[in-house]
Design a protein around this ligand. Structure first.
Ligand code: FAD
Ligand code: NAG
Ligand code: NAG
Ligand code: NAG
Length: 701
């Protein structure tokens, strides 16, 4: 239980009492500011002039998945890889990136490192355009995100497997099971237990066996926890949410403190760039080019077994730059994320014919699933005033402690996933919701308006995903994540985030230029169950504040306030207040082609011989987790099977996908340069959108 004495302790007293608060290596760290002892090492960076003409693999997007792949594919010292990243290196903003806590106070969101997209107006969410930040920087969104490393429930990954298992590509499909992803997520991480002080304050539970300890990504807990963190687990328990003994081995239900992507040797953010690139000596066979947006995938003149052969890509710094060309001897791998990858496919002529036609893009592969099946997590919350210290109060104090590496390692991490029986106060009520959801699935007149495409493949995929949710996911998974947000001064917020949406939207383009923002229409709350689930979550969250020890910490409810009482009030509040939890995905879904799939189980794009998508866009369904841990695991696995295909292979690997034979060629195809077309028109949309309030991140993930 929380002792009020503990809360009353001044920070100075805490700092004096516990040596952990005395910064152990302020000197080294400060040198980063001074550009001193630790040189800013240009790891593998090249310039457009120093690039080679051809690489084995071209990775389009140097974000989370892209840099894992770049690192692993070049481990052999031979395989040549070029990473093209649209954003800058981030080296000018090391300090803001490195200190985890600064994520809230000097966020890079809204700067040039953020695409700062906006959705189209969402009828289900008060007619608002919702901000969609995405990292535009080496490291991608892992350089700007909230660092939560959370793993999904096993049933969700097994449901994903079942969705792809009926393709004939069994050797690959079998990688996408919980057991295999668990293995890969462990491989990616180097876990360290909490400090004694963190443990004493937060009371987190964990099982070392569920974690990896030799991976490249650091995973641990912040060095220091704001004292009121002590209230989290006991309050949840009092409200009927048991504390999880171990949320990392396939069952994440219950309350816990998330591990964070933090490096405990100096309390810095561990992200795709620091973990997978900077930690290694530079390699001759890995080239990284920043400020290089892939404007188009190039295809060779010859077609292989009916499949298009990607010969390379075109890239440019910005809209005014003349595009250059580089060839891929083996493969082009798209790792642009949930927005970037489908956009690259669409501007290159791979996508739904109607979308391509209306944007005047010549069709290379008619693939109706590109950009479809878009799913996202939506968050809102309840806030109370507080007189107790929050992270914000301490940060604002300007004390020496507030500038220490330990304090600046604090980020929100109190969380919990709750199931349907908890949210609906009993299995019977929840069974009613499930039944209503199944009834809609069985009623085409109700179903069709929910599906943002008339294409029969996409419709079949929508239904398959929906079926997987109602049969395999909703009955056992966390429908909602409940998060303890204590970073604002004078305020405690508890957020609710929808994890398993039945609403699906889509991403399209209305221009052939990669520099024009795509059209993002997630169709939030198009399915009626989603708003009901979040409403229930908020009602429970209001109740949480009536249980000790949280009760003793909160003052008046400041948002939404006591006027919101009825179910209808809560639903209106939900619609008008939700924002993204920053987890969009599924826009290049791994599904059978006849279900609107974009990639097969080997992550190869249908209709192509050597083009893959490997990033957060390929999950066929959403899951109860922040997406980074599963994406790290997925990319680790993909790097393994790209280099060592599971089938009997001899030089060129032959795999069967969705019934079609595809052959990966080792030919250095030459279509690239001839096919180079200068991209014109369009405008750099992120400049126009860069005004998105950075403050929007204050309660976040
Ligand atoms: C504000 C925020 C907070 C988040 N908090 C968390 C969290 O706490 N925990 C968690 O697990 N997840 C979190 N996420 C989500 C997580 O960061 C993403 O799901 C994850 O980074 C996605 O990985 P990715 O490889 O798919 O894409 P990204 O990491 O976004 O990388 C894509 C990269 O491709 C580049 N790119 C795109 N198009 C092109 C192109 N045409 N040419 C060249 N490059 C291109 C982009 O610039 C970017 O660098 C958060 C995300 C955001 C935005
Ligand atoms: C739902 O969660 C509660 C705890 O809140 C737990 O007791 C119950 O077993 C869970 N039900 C299922 C089906 O997982
Ligand atoms: C943090 O420590 C790692 C070693 O684990 C090192 O590579 C990195 O440069 C350090 N970062 C800073 C900012 O000191
Ligand atoms: C490579 O290209 C040549 C000439 O186009 C062709 O004959 C050969 O079959 C190709 N090899 C592979 C492995 O596709």
């Amino acid at each position: 239980m929380l002792s009020t004495e503990l809360l009353a302790l001044t920070l100075a007293a805490l700092a004096a009492a516990n040596p952990v608060f005395a910064s152990t290596h302020p000197h080294e760290y400060r040198n980063v500011h001074n550009h001193g002892v630790y040189p800013i090492s240009p790891r593998n960076y090249i310039t457009p002039e120093t690039k080679r003409d051809s690489y084995d693999y071209i990775i389009a997007g140097g974000g989370l998945a892209g840099l894992v792949l770049a690192s692993r594919l070049t481990d052999d010292g031979k395989t040549t890889v070029l990473v093209l990243e649209a954003g800058d290196t981030g080296d000018d903003e090391k300090d803001k990136i490195n200190h985890p806590g600064l994520t809230y106070f000097t966020s890079l969101l809204g700067t040039k490192y953020d695409y700062a997209y906006k959705t189209v107006e969402q009828a289900g969410a008060g007619g608002r355009s919702i901000n969609w930040p995405r990292g535009k920087i080496l490291g991608g969104s892992s350089a700007v995100n909230g660092m939560y490393l959370v793993r999904p429930n096993s049933g969700e990954i097994d449901a994903w497997h079942d969705l792809i298992a009926d393709s004939s590509n069994k050797a690959y499909a079998d990688f996408w099971t919980w057991d295999k992803l668990y293995e890969s997520m462990k491989k990616s991480e180097n876990f360290a237990p909490p400090t004694d002080d963190a443990q004493k304050t937060a009371g987190m539970k964990y099982k070392t066996d569920s974690h990896g300890t030799s991976g490249r990504l650091h995973a641990t807990f912040p060095a220091y926890f704001v004292p009121m963190s002590s209230a989290w687990l006991p309050t949840l328990e009092a409200a009927g949410i048991p504390s999880s003994e171990d949320a990392y081995s396939g069952n994440n239900l219950g309350g816990f403190f998330s591990t964070m992507a933090i490096n405990p040797t100096n309390w810095t953010r561990s992200y795709a760039k620091s973990a997978y690139i900077d930690s290694l000596p530079p390699r001759d066979n890995l080239h990284i080019l920043a400020n290089a947006a892939v404007t188009k995938i190039l295809f060779a003149d010859n077609v292989q077994d009916g499949n298009q052969v990607a010969s390379g890509v075109q890239f440019a710094k910005d809209k005014d730059d003349t595009p250059q060309t580089v060839s891929a001897a083996k493969e082009v791998i798209l790792a642009g994320g949930a927005v970037g990858s489908p956009q690259m496919l669409l501007v290159s002529g791979v996508g739904p014919k109607d979308v391509l036609d209306s944007a005047n893009i010549p069709v290379k592969v008619n693939l109706p699933g590109v950009g479809q099946h878009l799913q996202d997590h939506l968050a809102t919350g309840i806030s109370w005033s507080t007189t107790a210290d929050t992270q914000g109060t301490i940060y604002d104090s300007g004390s020496d402690f507030s500038k220490s590496d330990e304090f600046l390692s604090f980020v929100n991490s109190g969380t919990s996933y709750v199931n349907g029986s908890f949210l609906f106060d009993g299995d019977a009520n929840f069974a009613n919701l499930l039944k209503e959801a199944k009834d809609i699935l069985g009623d085409n007149t109700k179903l069709e308006p929910l599906i943002p495409s008339k294409d029969s493949d996409v419709v079949a995929g929508y239904k398959a995903i929906y079926q997987a949710y109602v049969d395999k996911v909703l009955p056992s998974s966390g429908l909602v994540e409940i998060l303890f947000s204590i970073n604002s001064a004078g305020r405690i917020t508890i957020q609710a985030a929808l994890q398993t949406p039945l609403s699906q939207g889509r991403l399209t383009v209305n221009s052939a230029s990669i520099f024009d923002a795509p059209v993002l229409d997630p169709q939030y709350f198009s399915h009626p169950a989603d708003v009901v689930v979040l409403r229930q979550a908020l009602k429970h969250i209001r109740q949480l504040a009536t249980f000790s020890p949280l009760k003793e910490l909160v003052g008046d409810e400041v948002s939404p306030g006591k006027d919101v009482q009825s179910d209808a009030d809560f639903e209106t509040y939900v619609r008008n207040s939700v924002s993204t939890e920053f987890h969009p995905g599924c826009t290049c879904a791994m599904l059978p082609k006849e279900k609107g799939g974009v990639v097969d189980a080997s992550m190869k794009v249908y209709g192509t011989a050597n083009l893959r998508v490997i990033d957060g866009s390929v999950f066929p369904l959403s899951m109860s987790a922040h997406l980074m841990a599963p994406i790290y695991g997925m990319a680790e696995r993909a790097a393994e099977f790209i280099l060592n295909p599971p089938s009997t292979s001899t030089g060129s690997s032959t795999t069967t996908s969705g019934g079609t034979q595809t052959t990966t060629t080792n030919n250095d195809t030459k279509g690239g340069k001839n096919a180079a077309v200068s991209v014109s028109g369009g405008r750099a949309v992120w400049v126009a959108l860069a005004s998105v309030a950075a403050g929007a991140f204050l309660c976040a993930f």
